[in-house]
Ligand binder design. Structure first.
Ligand SMILES: Cc1cc2nc3c(=O)[nH]c(=O)nc-3n(C[C@H](O)[C@H](O)[C@H](O)COP(=O)(O)OP(=O)(O)OC[C@H]3O[C@@H](n4cnc5c(N)ncnc54)[C@H](O)[C@@H]3O)c2cc1C
Length: 501
């Protein structure tokens, strides 16, 4: 608002405030859309030459790969942005619901199809393991209960504003805290519910969805299966990158200005308020700034003279990933969009990652093949394999040596389970490791999801979406509240939208 005196009269003019956003990750783009719709003049500064951050794509010869996220849940948070803009989402962004969410392979030859239909899935567990269908249904009901209690307070609002607690829905959630099972680990809860190690491993794996350790993370994270089994898992038409391109186009249509190849090196503060953003030797005046950069680097690199908050330093970083993008010159009809090849000793795998900060000799391998649903991603008769193992964040390990040994272990495991020598079928290859995740998206130590959730109070310890000491500076993305992954990163933009009056 500006005030101008004309004679005795005082006129007030509302002006468009200038909102600058650092980073065109999914939360940065969502924030840009929301602020543009509120009437702000929005500019986004992105270090890379394209939008999307971790949600990116690569091409290797005739193969296309979604380079980061591959599992898409809660598409309604993407749709919501189109609806806010008064558009029909399905005219701009389409997706299909998966009938089988994931295929699980075990070394003893068991193969479990995680059907999207909960009853069919429960029956599959009963048919393939020593656990009953009823135990799965009871488990999914518990998962729903945790969701219903935590969603209003932990996911949809800031946890760090007193006013957010002043409503009945939130208070009700707070009073039900013990029901969300925070004081035992996911593994303890899962072993208590199931007797078969194959079922326990299947449900323990959900800890990796936010880069955590199921033997440490609170059983509250047993909420995650609810997202898949209740709301469903999806695949966007054209691949995961369609999420970015459709939202980027929406933002452009709303007048958002994007600067690519534009690394921001400073947020200049005056009287504890951001006044300018510095980028490539130029200074841009700001009324408010939203950082979609990992909050750790926002403090250590952009807020000169300020230190990384002690609370942030005490939190363990989430795990990272080692990915081989392979153009495979063969077809595997037995594989589907999402496939998991389990290790026999899951506890040891996590001990390697979290205690030894290394990669075990037989890690669980995830193979995502987008060409199953998007055939143009690979030539006919070939497949694009995104082959990933969970690894620790980068604390200076000898990655070249770990990549070499893991590559052999993965090829051996897949060849053993699929009965074909995979090494002979790889025609194109590219590798992503924690160092390149850090350098390409400025994620401290290459962590996929900021800090881990290995502590019962992690949700409260995560950095808030605003700064308590600096006015008009906000944070969005996977490194801050409510957490990592596409749905939560989108929710962080919604929370910041609510905070900016
Ligand atoms: C390998 C992998 C697999 C994953 N799998 C899944 C999955 O299956 N499902 C799921 O939901 N999630 C998954 N995730 C997590 C998900 O990708 C992230 O949580 C989400 O994309 C994070 O979005 P973000 O908004 O925090 O921004 P980011 O993707 O972290 O992007 C931040 C952007 O900011 C830019 N930037 C940073 N600093 C600056 C600066 N100073 N100046 C200018 N620009 C800057 C970066 O270049 C980058 O483009 C995965 C991530 C990875 C890496």
């Amino acid at each position: 608002m500006i005030q101008i005196s004309i004679g005795d009269e005082i006129a007030y003019f509302r002006f468009m405030s200038r909102a600058l956003i650092i980073g065109a990750g999914i939360a940065g783009i969502a924030s840009a859309i929301r602020l543009a719709l509120k009437g702000h003049q929005v500019e986004v500064f992105e270090a890379s030459e394209h939008p999307g951050g971790k949600l990116s794509e690569i091409k290797l010869g005739p193969f296309r790969f979604d380079a980061g996220p591959s599992l898409f849940t809660m598409p309604q948070y993407v749709d919501e942005l189109f609806l806010l803009a008064g558009k029909n989402p399905h005219d701009y962004f389409q997706y299909q619901k998966l009938e089988t969410i994931c295929n699980y392979y075990y070394e003893d030859g068991t193969r479990i199809h995680a059907f999207a239909d909960p009853l069919k899935f429960a029956q599959e567990i009963e048919n393939k393991t020593t656990d009953s269908a009823n135990s799965v249904i009871a488990y999914l009901n518990k998962s729903r209960e945790i969701y219903e209690i935590t969603n209003p307070v932990f996911l949809q609002r800031s946890l760090h504003k007193f006013r957010c607690y002043l409503n009945w829905e939130t208070l009700n959630s707070v009073f039900q805290f013990p029901k969300i099972d925070p004081f035992r680990s996911m593994n303890q809860a899962n072993e208590n519910r199931f007797k078969d190690s194959r079922t326990v491993r299947l449900f323990n794996r959900y800890a990796t969805y936010n880069g955590s350790n199921p033997y440490k993370a609170p059983a509250t994270l047993n909420i995650i299966p609810h997202f898949e089994q209740h709301f469903g898992a999806y695949f966007p038409l054209g691949g995961m990158y369609a999420i970015v391109s459709s939202l980027y186009n929406l933002a452009i249509g709303l007048g958002v200005k994007f600067h690519f190849n534009s690394y921001v090196d400073e947020i200049e503060l005056k009287n504890n308020k951001p006044v300018n953003l510095h980028c490539r030797g130029k200074s841009y005046a700001a009324d408010l700034i939203i950082s979609n950069m990992d909050v750790w680097y926002t403090y250590s690199r952009l807020l000169k003279g300020l230190k990384v908050p002690e609370r942030l330093k005490k939190q363990e970083r989430s795990s990272s990933a080692l990915i081989f993008y392979w153009g495979i010159e063969a077809a595997f009809p037995e594989l589907e969009l999402h496939n998991i090849f389990f290790t026999e000793d899951y506890k040891e795998e996590f001990r390697e990652i979290w205690e030894k900060k290394s990669i075990g000799s037989d890690p669980t391998v995830y193979v995502h093949i987008s060409s199953k649903n998007n055939p143009q991603d690979a030539p006919k008769g070939s497949e694009n394999w995104f082959t990933m193992v969970n690894v620790p964040s980068d604390t200076g390990q000898n990655w070249d040596s770990l990549i070499k040994s893991s590559r052999s272990a993965i090829i051996e495991k897949l060849s053993r389970n699929l009965g074909r020598d995979i090494s002979k079928l790889i025609r194109f290859e590219s590798v992503l490791d924690p160092r390149s995740i850090d350098s390409r998206t400025f994620s401290y130590q290459g962590s996929l999801y900021g800090s881990s959730s290995n502590n019962p109070f992690s949700a409260f310890l995560r950095h808030a979406n605003f700064s308590s000491g600096i006015k008009d500076l906000y944070f969005v993305g996977g490194s801050v509240h409510p957490g990592g992954g596409i749905p939560l990163a989108l929710l962080s933009a919604k929370i910041v939208d609510d905070l900016i009056k």
